[in-house]
Design a protein. Structure first.
Length: 332
């Protein structure tokens, strides 16, 4: 099958962890190990979040006294694509080599014409958004580390940030316009069609708008990774969209004593809960919306769940499974 896997930013850097390179690389190694079994039997396109990372770079840029102006968010988004994409390429290569060696393919595969690994490649991608998107006036995308309210308020006043509560903590928020088109879509299709594992549209893609002169210009925003993943999965003709995060499933009644995991569900059923405001707008809400969009627009399956359950999610044995008909054998 053709699978689009979207790695959540918090799956690459857990809440409250320092953004050290070694910590993030250890998480990415775990992500590669979780995805490695899928690479053996399926064609994989990978995208990822960048909320913690792009916020960290923005903080560094804003505090650098040598800069007249901090780097804009489109440039920071491109930087995170290169950084995280590089780590993923390295980790996927290592995981594939380890898996191939364990199965003896390295020793015997060449003699039998077996390809033991699909080469991974990272592509820096742009996502077209609309200049008049109302999201530019209503920042909602969490970026950077978490703070207590007093610290967040002090930083917001000093840097001109917008802040919002994120669970029990506070974080910076920036505009998050809707993804309208993937600028590098033809290149993604070309690479995926020639046997590459493509890492693309990280952080939702670098947000750009039409400049009125036939070109594109970057804008101060971060596109939601999950909504871009849904568009990407539809445009490349994916059979499955995996939205991989740090929770085992979507919870009905989140935050209440009656919370329970949602197993198998149709897009219409899940969207009714979304419209009722059941899911947090800054975290699970976009994942639910992305799953509904993909499953409603295609005959494919969308799954939301833990990164470590990637193979079980693909088989419908774990997480929240979203598809038009709820008859998949083995789904919860």
């Amino acid at each position: 099958m053709k699978v689009v896997a979207a790695l959540g930013g918090n799956a690459l850097l857990e809440r409250g962890e320092p953004p050290d390179s070694s910590i993030q690389e250890s998480h990415i190694a775990r992500a590669a190990a979780a995805l490695s079994p899928l690479l053996r039997d399926h064609d994989l396109v990978i995208t990822h979040g960048n909320g913690p990372q792009v916020g960290m770079l923005a903080l560094e840029s804003g505090g650098d006294p040598s800069l007249t102006h901090p780097y804009p968010f489109d440039v920071l988004g491109a930087q995170t694509q290169g950084m995280i994409g590089y780590w993923l390429v390295q980790a996927l290569d290592r995981a594939a080599a380890h898996d191939a060696g364990r199965r003896g393919v390295l020793e015997h595969g060449a003699a039998h014409g077996e390809r033991w690994a699909k080469p991974a490649v990272c592509l820096v991608c742009r996502t077209l958004v609309k200049a008049d998107d109302p999201a530019f006036d209503e920042p909602s995308k969490f970026v950077g580390p978490v703070y207590d309210q007093a610290t967040a308020s002090r930083l917001a006043a000093g840097h001109g940030w917008e802040i919002r509560r994120d669970g029990q903590a506070w974080r910076r928020v920036v505009p998050s316009p809707e993804p309208a088109a993937l600028v590098e879509l033809d290149t993604i299709r070309l690479l995926a069609g020639h046997g590459f594992t493509v890492i693309c549209a990280g952080g939702g893609g670098v947000p750009v708008v039409a400049d009125g002169e036939g070109g594109l210009r970057g804008v101060e925003a971060v596109v939601d990774k999950d909504l871009t993943a849904a568009l990407l999965a539809e445009e490349v003709g994916a059979d499955v969209l995996l939205l991989l995060t740090d929770v085992p499933a979507v919870l009905d009644g989140y935050g209440t004593e009656h919370a329970r995991p949602i197993g198998q569900v149709t897009p219409a059923q899940l969207r009714r809960r979304l419209q009722a405001g059941v899911f947090p707008a800054g975290s699970m809400g976009p994942k639910v919306e992305a799953a509904c969009r993909f499953a409603a627009a295609t005959d494919g399956l969308a799954a939301i769940g833990r990164l470590d359950d990637a193979e079980a999610l693909l088989e419908g044995r774990a997480g929240t499974i979203v598809q038009q008909t709820t008859v998949r054998t083995g789904a919860p």
